[in-house]
Design a protein around this ligand. Structure first.
Ligand code: UDP
Length: 512
């Protein structure tokens, strides 16, 4: 018997459209869905947010905040039996997978366990759902939508540019006959010439892969539309071409993290920050505007000790101020030792702040003192940087991060490449590999945090985009309008019997 726990049950005043949100179980996927749930309820919807106990505990601040504000969101936590798929107990989030990619398929399998309990839960607990918005990596949610005869929209944290690339790569199987993973391969039908080597392309959910990956490819064309955390003005060509390619509406609803940014508590989007936010903001207050480089590589990338040392020495040599976020774990105990032996933190104490584990990233990025972001190019990080008008030093690791780098550097012209050319296999990082030398770290930091030349041009461009991003999310802006239209579209599809029931007219009508 699977336990189910409804942590908070809001009080919907129907006929609110009821959205069932099912993020994939990874921080980079959960955080934008947290933002989306906030947006939807604010615009009059009722939301069921589906996750597992561990992940619910990691967003407990958001759950508490929703409860305090009496938002019509209920959080449904469904357990996963990890041993059933050969994973260690507690493997409920991608970042808990110590072997990384090698455990990915088992993890996808584990998520399948949520399907039947969720269907039963929704049958037993009203209000009836009207729409499923779920991650591409949760293909079983297609069954949930079909059970209730409601539409499913997919969401995955990609830009429209990366979506379009991925669509072409997969639908045309462009790497089928390619033997050299480093050879650039043209993308046929892309709106301008573009070549991408296999090593820089995202994970391929090919039909031949079987299992849940097969299911992902099968379910993808069945969705009613695709939700993208971007804004139309930033990448109109790719939104249009992607829409044409998949022949479905592409809903640009972002940057979702900007919605009500000023009224939301800064630490309610993901894990609890491992630094006092006020302390962090006070530290930044003491720095000059646009003078600090923020260095962080998301929730999954693991940087090995020798590489960490190169980053540290490069940052120090640049003489610029920095905030550096590092994930702790067995991979960096040697590095912690190095920090102590070298008295690195003491040496850089006037201008360096190291945050271990989890930083309040979006709050940091929105501080005026931040002048640049050295990022792994996860889409959330990129869109958060753009939202704050901050230019980037791009250092992609895996997934679609190399595609995001092309968008940031070559198309939007708001970043400089650190210079890596091939991906790292997540979970199989080589301990002694150094991809980027300290001199390059220093050079790129100086290039970006510069009051003149290319660095300045990129900063100006990034600020312009930041202003456009904010406009898109404000009342009347393109993304804001799209949110309203999406809710309207779902409202129009609510069966009459439900609307009448909500209006207290059910007794007058025959229900089917
Ligand atoms: N994040 C954060 N603090 C951290 C690390 C990450 O707040 O110390 C957030 C970041 O703001 C972003 C998400 O976690 O919203 C990471 O998503 P992204 O797509 O950038 O990278 P991923 O973790 O999926 O590789």
């Amino acid at each position: 018997q699977k336990a189910m726990n409804c942590l908070y049950h809001g009080s919907p005043t129907s006929p609110q459209p009821h959205f069932v949100l099912v993020p994939f179980l990874a921080q980079g996927h959960i955080i934008p869905i947290v933002d989306l749930s906030h947006i939807l309820v604010d615009q009059g919807a009722f939301v069921t947010f589906v996750t597992t106990p561990l992940n619910a505990s990691r967003i407990r601040h958001y759950i508490e905040c929703a409860r305090e504000l009496q938002l019509p969101i209920r959080f449904v936590t469904l357990p996963i039996n990890c041993s059933e798929v050969g994973l260690p107990e507690g493997s409920e989030n991608l970042d808990t997978l110590t072997a990384g990619l090698k455990q990915f398929d088992a993890f996808l399998e584990a998520c399948l366990q949520l399907r039947d309990p969720l269907i039963s839960y929704l049958k037993e607990h009203g209000p009836p759902p009207n729409c499923v918005i779920s991650d591409l990596c949760q293909p079983w949610t297609g069954d949930v939508a079909r059970t209730f005869g409601i539409p499913r929209f997919s969401f995955v944290g990609f830009s429209a540019f990366s979506h379009l690339c991925r669509h072409i790569i997969n639908s045309k199987n462009i790497y089928d006959k390619v033997t050299d993973d480093h050879q650039p391969v043209p993308l046929p039908g892309f709106p301008h010439p573009l070549e991408i080597p296999k090593t820089q392309s995202p994970l391929n959910f090919s039909i031949s892969a079987g299992g849940v990956r097969y299911m992902i490819r099968e379910e993808e064309p069945k969705v009613q539309g695709v939700i993208v955390n971007t804004f139309e003005e930033m990448e109109p060509l790719y939104v249009e071409c992607f829409e044409k390619a998949i022949q479905k509406k592409v809903w640009t609803l972002g940057p979702m993290g900007l919605y009500n940014r000023n009224t939301k508590k800064p630490d309610t989007r993901g894990d609890k920050a491992s630094i006092d936010i006020e302390r962090c903001m006070n530290w930044l207050d003491g720095m000059q505007d646009q003078s600090v480089i923020f260095v962080s590589f998301g929730s999954l990338a693991r940087i090995m000790p020798l590489q960490l040392i190169e980053i540290g020495l490069g940052l120090e040599a640049s003489k610029k101020s920095f905030i550096w976020v590092m994930k702790s774990g067995p991979h960096n105990t040697e590095f912690e030792q190095w920090l102590i032996e070298e008295r690195f933190e003491e040496r850089t104490k006037d201008r360096g702040l190291i945050i271990r584990v989890w930083a309040p990233q979006s709050a940091i990025l929105s501080h005026n003192a931040i002048g640049g972001f050295m990022t792994h190019c996860g889409w959330n990080s990129v869109i958060e940087s753009i939202s704050s008008g901050v230019p980037m030093i791009t250092w992609p690791h895996f997934a679609e991060q190399f595609l995001n780098e092309i968008l940031v550097v070559d198309i939007l012209k708001i970043g400089v490449r650190i210079g890596v050319t091939s991906s790292v296999t997540w979970g199989s990082e080589k301990r002694d590999e150094v991809m980027v030398k300290r001199d390059d770290v220093e050079r790129k930091v100086l290039e970006l945090i510069n009051e003149e030349g290319e660095g300045m041009k990129k900063r100006v461009k990034a600020r312009e985009l930041g202003t456009m991003a904010k406009k898109a999310m404000e009342e009347g802006g393109s993304s804001y309008q799209n949110i309203k239209l999406l809710i309207q579209e779902i409202q129009q599809q609510i069966p009459l019997v439900e609307v009448e029931r909500a209006n207290g007219l059910e007794s007058l009508k025959v229900q089917n």
